[in-house]
Design a protein around this ligand. Structure first.
Ligand SMILES: CC(C)(COP(=O)(O)OP(=O)(O)OC[C@H]1O[C@@H](n2cnc3c(N)ncnc32)[C@H](O)[C@@H]1OP(=O)(O)O)[C@@H](O)C(=O)NCCC(=O)NCCS
Length: 152
């Protein structure tokens, strides 16, 4: 398994990025200021984007594992890599999610806990309804992880 910071052509990763976030304009916006990472094993398995939000806070803007490789521990390992990496320069990592039980449980098992929510975010920022696990997403739920505490 290998983690790579991607600085060249990002088109290769576009399909996976859209799996993590269905709104191309939003992906383009944070991709232009964020850092893109890819997980290979040995082919491309997953992508992630992290942005500096200032004041020692970074935000995981996108995390997507190829459906053929989900539920094999790659998501967890990728998050572990990213939190270890960003702990060198940031005290907190945030992640925004639609708040479906499966995704909330995934992040909670990775050491994240509820921070706050932005009401109607998906209605206001997406040009079509976003449905995840049969649930229509409305509010954006933010979870946070304290990067100063070494995870177990
Ligand atoms: C959310 C997402 C990133 C998780 O990635 P993943 O690689 O499937 O995550 P993991 O395999 O590490 O963990 C997922 C579940 O599989 C389980 N799992 C891990 N390895 C396993 C194995 N070998 N056998 C069976 N189950 C396993 C984990 O226990 C975990 O269960 P939990 O969530 O109840 O704790 C992935 O589903 C995804 O890309 N979804 C689409 C995009 C998306 O929704 N991104 C998040 C936006 S906020």
């Amino acid at each position: 398994m290998e983690f790579k910071r991607i600085t060249g052509d990002r088109r290769l990763y576009w399909q996976l990025l859209l799996l993590g976030d269905e709104q191309p304009e939003l992906v383009s916006r944070y991709l232009s200021k964020g850092e893109l990472y890819a997980l290979y094993d040995p082919g491309l398995v997953a992508v992630a984007v992290v942005c500096d939000q200032g004041s020692g806070i970074c935000e995981l803007k996108n995390l997507a594992v190829d459906p053929a490789f989900q539920k094999q521990g790659y998501g967890h390992r990728f998050l572990e890599f990213l939190t270890d990496l960003y702990a060198a320069s940031f005290h907190t990592m945030l992640v925004g999610t639609g708040g479906t039980p499966r995704i909330l449980r995934f992040y909670e098992r990775c050491g994240f806990s509820y921070s706050h929510k932005i009401p109607h975010f998906f209605f206001d920022n997406y040009d079509h309804p976003i449905v995840e696990d049969g649930i229509l997403l409305e509010d954006m739920f933010y979870l946070k992880k304290d990067l100063t505490q070494k995870s177990s």
